[in-house]
Design a protein around this ligand. Sequence first.
Ligand code: ADP
Ligand code: MG
Length: 247
Amino acid sequence: MNYATRVVDLKKIYHLKGETVHALRGITFDVPEGDYVSIMGTSGSGKSTLLNMLGCLDRPSFGQVVLGGKDTSKLNDDELSFLRASRVGFVFQAYNLIQQLTVIENIEVPLFYRGFVTAADHRRARELAKMVGLGDRLGHRPTQLSGGQQQRVAVARSLINNPDYILADEPTGNLDSRTTEEILALFETLNNDGRTIILVTHEDDVSHHAKRAIRLMDGLIQEDRQVEERRSTKGRSSMDTSALNLA
Ligand code: ADP
Ligand code: MG
């Protein structure tokens, strides 16, 4: 079995103003390629911390994160950045778009870290914009878009490097229920296309769309189970994922 990621006895301790916070206190689990995992738990239970470790945005205090067969603790910062840029796509609750940039420029942002953008990249960015239904909004800026449209830009941005897995931290937290369905439909299509998805949410409704639900409590896994009666968005997304396979 191929594992997109493997987490072994992961601990994260923050030191803040003389206080010690044990955000993660020993987390162990595997995520097979193609899985769709929701991470649930009350505020402060360690969800974002765990996602940041999985995406190599931050280093563990103890324990291991193995990503694409590589023990990330053995990589230096440059190697970690490269691994992150080439394997992982991120989507955040607050969209995190750059206000001064257009839709198409925002989608291309992850490429800047690579240092160059080719004509093929531009084509791919346009195709991704089309794929998420924003083909007619390429020159718009974030303030000219609805929340749902901004999150679709963020999903397209997360895909520009053709990542193996997508990490999403409360991606529907700011969206109404109809727009939430749209974003979940995008994720479902991407998962059906073989991408691994790890989605942090505190909404039961959202977690029912995943194949598996992990619940955190006080920095520990309280529950890890397959989702029975998984909910499908039943093809609400008319997304054509062929854009993903563009070179
Ligand atoms: P969740 O996403 O489940 O709400 P977090 O992972 O953000 O939880 O936070 C887990 C715990 O770690 C909380 O007690 C939080 O205050 C603390 N924490 C998170 N990030 C930091 C940080 N950068 N510095 C200090 N403490 C932090
Ligand atoms: Mg959080």
